[in-house]
Design a binder for this molecule. Sequence first.
Ligand SMILES: *Cc1c(COP(=O)(O)O)cnc(C)c1O
Length: 365
Amino acid sequence: MTENHLASAPVVDLRSDTVTRPTPAMRDAMLAAPLGDDVFGDDPTVNALQDSLAQRLGFEAALFMPSGTQSNLCAILAHCGRGDEYIVGQLAHTYRYEGGGAAVLGSVQPQPLAQDASGRMALADVAGAIKPDDCHFARTRLLCLENTWNGHPMPWDYLQGMAALARDKSLALHLDGARLFNAAVASKAAGETAWDAARRITGLFDSVSVCFSKGLGAPVGSALCGSRELIARALRLRKMAGGGMRQVGLLAAAAHYALDHHVDRLADDHALAQRLATGLQGVDGLTVRSAQTNIVFVDVAGDRGPALLAFLKDRGVLATGLIGLRFVTHLDVDAAGIDHTVACVRQFFAQTDHPSAVSGGAGPY
Ligand SMILES: *Cc1c(COP(=O)(O)O)cnc(C)c1O
């Protein structure tokens, strides 16, 4: 739980893992960081972060980015030119939640494909969407995957199958790994560390974007990893997009601290998500979808989702959604906060007068 600055009661903020505040130790690392002008390549803290991440994930180079959106954009535009096409899931972040940037800013056409309930595209659909070399068609250049997707870690055989297809068809392969480390922690094999698993996954890809500002708990930042040549193209694109930053080692220090100290602890977030899912089992009117990492989706019967959200908000619990509600655990949530959340949800459904809508009517929640 974190302090609510508006009221005295603690707030359990489960809207996203982006809401974390830097820990005291992370702030110390930020204050102690040596700085320089990164547009000149002079910031030692940025350089150390980029070198360390690239080396640990098995790439030649990495580039610090202000956001995951800019990191994915630079990746797509580094792989594709005008009139090229990338294949992507219909519900993938790069296609659906990034303002259509690849099309708007890069004239790169997306080819979105259906995904199943756990985020997977069908191999045959991907193969069938690759255009022949013919002047009628855009040139299919890139396949873009996401891991985790909506909290689902992608199975190893799925990733391998997609990578083999991309290789066979000479497509580049990009991973939107905003929550790569959640995937790594959830899918590490016996005897593997989280970093071993992360490196095993990233080894399949030509480029990978990771976010420091999600479960890793840094205030700002993402990074794109790839070959030296790809990262040189991305550096030019980042500058064009206005993402050249100066003494940004202040932020890179937080990201580096997170890589060193906050990867293994993602298992705690996953355990809390499991605790929430288990606590909500058997509540009449609720269906809990699987919680494999740090995101729990709950389907609320009827039209009671908004009323439940309002009820929770009155009791210091924040979540998002409408019919399917989303609860995300992170390093500023603890077991007491989760237990409070479970108690509040159960109290809501135990009420005899079932309120079915939010009074006041301002907005969906
Ligand atoms: C959050 C997120 C991004 C974008 O990151 P921002 O830093 O918010 O721009 C990209 N992909 C996925 C899967 C995400 O969850």
